[in-house]
Each structure stands twice: as C-alpha cells, then as structure tokens.
Design a protein around this ligand. Structure first.
Ligand code: CTP
Ligand code: MG
Length: 230
C-alpha cells in the first residue's frame, strides 16, 4: 500500500525552471522571459499556488540565479524553496525532490514553461493519484498522423493515432513511487517514463490546450495573445 492510500497529508510541487531556453533564443533562461510584463515563472507559480491541499513547493532554477538579482516580478508561494537545477531535466527534478517537505503524500512535477496551465489540470491529476494511480499524466489526442523513422529518415511505421496521446505536465505520483523512480539513476524527458520503466502503471487524464509548453518564439507569441485577451 502506498502513501496515496493513507490520509491525505498534502501536495508537493516541483516546478522545473532550470532550462536555458535555447529554442526560444531570448538571451536569458526561458523561465525569466517576460510574458505580459511578468516572468514566465511568475505565471507558472500563480497556477501552482492555487492547487488544493498545497503543502510544499520547490522552484528549480539555473545555478547562477539561485542567489542572484533578476527575480523582480516573481512571487514565490509562501514557504517555497529555491534550489539549483542540473544539466538534464531529470537532474533538476531530483534537486527539487530533495528539498520538498517529506510529509507530502502526493508530488507533482511541473514545467515552468507550461506557464498558462489551468488549475483544473492540477486538480484532475491530484484526484487521480489520490484515487490510487501510481502515476498520472495529462494528455491530449494527437491531431497529426505520426510516423516512426530510421536514422536515414525513412518511415518504419505508422502507429494507430487513436492509441497516441501528447502528454503535458503537471505529472503526479505518490511521493514514494517518484522517489524510487529517480533513485534508479535513469534519465528521461519526463518523469512518467521513469515510473513506467520501474514497473508501474501510469494513467492518462484529460489535458488542456492551455497547458502547451512555451518552446519556440511562435509559442511565446501565442501566450502573449492569450494573456492580452484575458
Ligand atoms: N528544465 C530544467 N532543467 C534542465 C532542462 C529543462 O529545469 N536541465 C525545465 C525547463 O526550465 C522547462 C522544462 O524543464 O520548464 C521543459 O524543458 P524545455 O521546454 O526543454 O526547456 P529548456 O530546456 O529551457 O529549453 P530548450 O530545450 O529549448 O533549451
Ligand atoms: Mg530542453
């Protein structure tokens, strides 16, 4: 029996914001790029602060920014801990997990770059973890036909689109399951992959188009249009 089945003790959120933002190319770490006059990270933390049952928040940023100025406009949730990230996203998540309040029974990992994620997505993920899942990811049906290819660019297959989902964050786990997956020392582009590889079943709940990741300048322009309209 995992912690998720015991009395709820609170939700911990690791917000990963330690990437460089090379594809955005804005000349500074992506989480500190302004969106509607506020850093992306501030938008992301506004969503996190509204999570029901929130107990602990770890904000993982580039090492050079942990003690630096340049935090103007970022409102940290009360009691949040700021910690330096690593070269890989997996390392950044592990750094956040290490400082999260160990009393949290549910842990969410969230990309700061998904800065406009509605709180309803967080709540759906927490609810599914509390209902007993070992891992929960928000996902959307894939609209394009997807091909697998070899190193020369030749198509090796066309998976049935109805069985594919594009997954987002926050991804949620009982704390012990996520710690165990990270202790394996494996690296992946998301946390669910580590949990899958350690033999657990991960459930998909409905994602939200607004949980898109700001990756390219086009994505930032889309985010600017959305916040201007709000
Ligand atoms: N991230 C992190 N530590 C890393 C790499 C990524 O905390 N070493 C975080 C990013 O800050 C982001 C999320 O993981 O919130 C998703 O990563 P991505 O969109 O790839 O962001 P970047 O790595 O910053 O962008 P790029 O790959 O274009 O450099
Ligand atoms: Mg990256």
């Amino acid at each position: 029996m995992t912690d998720a089945h015991a009395a709820p003790r609170g939700v911990g959120v690791v917000v990963v914001a330690a990437g460089s933002g090379s594809r955005l190319g804005a000349g500074r770490p992506k989480a500190f790029v302004p969106l509607g006059g506020r850093p992306l990270l501030d938008w992301a933390l506004e969503g996190v602060a509204a999570v029901a049952g929130l107990r602990s928040v770890a904000v993982v940023v580039p090492a050079e920014l942990v003690d630096a100025d340049g935090w103007a406009g970022v409102a940290l949730p009360p009691g949040a801990t700021v910690v330096a990230g690593g070269a890989e996203r997996t390392e950044s998540v592990a750094a956040g997990l290490a400082v999260l309040d160990p009393a949290c029974d549910v842990v969410l990992v969230h990309d700061a770059a998904r800065c406009l994620t509605p709180v309803s997505v967080f709540d759906r993920v927490v609810e599914a973890v509390r209902a007993g899942a070992d891992g929960v990811v928000p996902g959307l049906a894939v609209v394009d036909t997807v091909k697998t290819v070899d190193t020369e660019g030749y198509v090796t297959g066309t998976p049935d689109r109805s069985g594919l989902r594009a997954v987002q964050t926050p991804q949620g786990f009982p704390r012990d399951v996520l710690l165990g997956a990270h202790a394996s020392g494996m690296v992946a582009t998301d946390d669910a992959a580590l949990v899958e590889r350690t033999g657990h079943r991960v459930r998909v709940v409905e994602g939200d188009p607004l949980a898109f990741k700001v990756t390219t300048p086009d994505d930032l322009a889309r985010a600017e249009r959305l916040v201007a309209r709000a």
